[in-house]
Every structure is written in C-alpha cells, then in structure tokens.
Write a protein that binds this ligand. Structure first.
Ligand code: ADP
Length: 257
C-alpha cells in the first residue's frame, strides 16, 4: 500500500488588506486520516486550502508535507510543484475544461507515471496506460450511475453532476493528500453517501490522506475521523466528530452568538 502524506500547517497567518483571513492557524493531519474542515462562512477555510495548495503565500508561518519519510517545506511553492508532490485539490466552483468531455476532463487527472513524458515512447505501453486510465474513469462514473455523461461536455451537465465530476476527477489521481472543497454541495443525498464510501475505499486501499471542507455537516461527520473548526480566521476547536458537535464554542459560533 502506498502511504498517505502528513500535512503540517504551522502558525499560518494570511491577511488581505485589513482582513486577517487566517490568524496563526496550526493543524497537524496525520498520514492516512480523513479530516473535516468546518466553520461558518468567511471563517478562512478556503484561504487555508489556497495556502496549502500554493494559490496563496502565507504572510507568516509554514506548510510542510511529510511523505515517504521525508519532510518537505512547501511554503511559497507554486500549485504545479505542490501537485507534483502528490497533493490533489478540487474547487468549490468546478473548474472543468469546457471544450473537453467529462471523460477527457477526468483523464487529465490520471497519474500516467513515466508515460507522462517522452520516455514512454513505446506505443504499446502508452496504449496500455491509456486504456487503464479510461477503465478507471469509466468505473468511477459507473459507480455513480453516470456512464451516460462520459461523452458530454460540462455545459450539458446539471449543477450537481458538474460538482460531482469536479470531485471525481480529483479522485482519479494517485495523490497522497486530497484536499476537497465542498464535495457534497448540490449533490443528491445518495450520491453524497456514495462519495463518502468512495473516499473511504481509496483511504483504505491506498492510505491517502483527505482534508474535506463541507457545509453539509451531518453528512460530513459520518465520513471523517477528525474535525477542525475555524472561526474568524482562528482555530476554534478540534476533535472527533462527536466531540466537536457537542462543543459549546462550536455551537455558539454556528448560531452566531
Ligand atoms: P470560508 O472559506 O470559510 O468561507 P474564506 O477563506 O473564503 O472563508 O474567507 C476568509 C476571509 O478572507 C473572509 O473575510 C474573506 O472575505 C477574506 N478573503 C478571502 N479571500 C480573499 C481575497 N482574495 N481578497 C480579499 N479578501 C479575501
């Protein structure tokens, strides 16, 4: 089994003008854990994702990834370089390429290994790898009863299907760390449950680590091992799902009192 990556965020601060979006936030996600990141609107969840995946550089603090027994300080790295280290990220607003079909969009996220470069010049090997990629994409779509959308383009999909494909194509990769931004948003209940099962299966089989932002808290809490709660840019609470939902501070933050 390939191992997941450990994610360490150390005292990260991110400001936008006068707004402190993240205020000395530290989280420590052990390898192969499925973690939820919750908090009211504007609490800093997406900013934290953007800092970890290289879309923003923090003003202070560090982001470290530990995989294959070495620790890498990725603070300030660009998104491409971070993704090549084995970090896959999906977006709250789907970023599918409009001119490509669903299947083609998914194939972009497959890890082609050495066949991603010129070294894979043997046609037979290339064809094998491509067939494996297509088989994987179709098997994922089939699990969700979505084979029929494989040849469709993003503009032809419902909002829920679009969101689901955004997440499923992220899951095509062999990442060590998956960062999923609101994977359940707009997705039918049974598919959200199926998605939780799929995430658990990948976690079990490959040991991948997951960090999931989600507003649908009840569904999220069924699928995660541990939860971090952000509030006004600071870490408000953390713990097992059961502990966090009964935490007075968390209840207050959500009720806005
Ligand atoms: P969440 O994902 O929890 O809803 P965000 O991380 O999107 O919260 O936002 C946290 C705070 O940072 C908010 O006050 C938001 O307005 C601000 N913010 C986020 N991104 C930017 C940006 N690019 N420019 C200015 N302010 C931003």
């Amino acid at each position: 089994m390939s191992m997941g990556a450990k994610l360490i965020v150390e005292k990260v601060t991110k400001r936008f003008g006068g707004v402190v979006a993240l205020n000395r936030v530290s989280i420590n996600v052990p390898s192969s854990l499925i973690v939820g990141l919750i908090g009211p609107n504007g609490s800093g969840k997406t900013t934290l994702f953007n800092v970890v995946t290289g879309y923003y550089t923090p003003d202070e603090g560090q982001v470290l990834i530990e995989g294959s027994s070495r620790v890498v300080d990725i603070t300030g790295w660009n998104p491409d370089r971070i993704s090549r280290l084995g970090v896959a990220r999906t977006f709250q607003i789907p970023r599918l390429i409009p001119s490509l079909t669903v299947l083609e969009n998914m194939l972009l996220f497959y890890d082609y290994g050495s066949c991603a470069s010129i070294t894979c010049s043997l046609r037979r090997k290339w064809v094998d790898v491509e067939e494996a990629a297509i088989a994987r994409a179709m098997s994922i779509l089939r699990e969700f009863g979505l084979e029929s959308i494989a040849r469709k383009r993003p503009a032809e999909l419902s909002a829920g299907h679009l969101k689901l494909v955004e997440t499923l194509r992220g899951l095509m990769s062999d990442a060590k760390l998956f960062m999923l931004d609101e994977p359940f948003a707009g997705v039918e209940s049974w598919m959200a449950r199926k998605l939780t099962e799929t995430i658990r299966k990948i976690n079990r089989e490959k040991g991948s680590t997951f960090v999931i932002i989600e507003h649908r808290i009840t569904e999220l809490l069924e699928g995660v091992d541990y939860v971090y709660v952000l509030h006004n840019g600071s870490l408000l609470a953390e713990g097992k799902p059961g502990e966090v939902v009964s935490d007075e501070r968390v209840i207050k933050a959500y009720l806005g009192k």
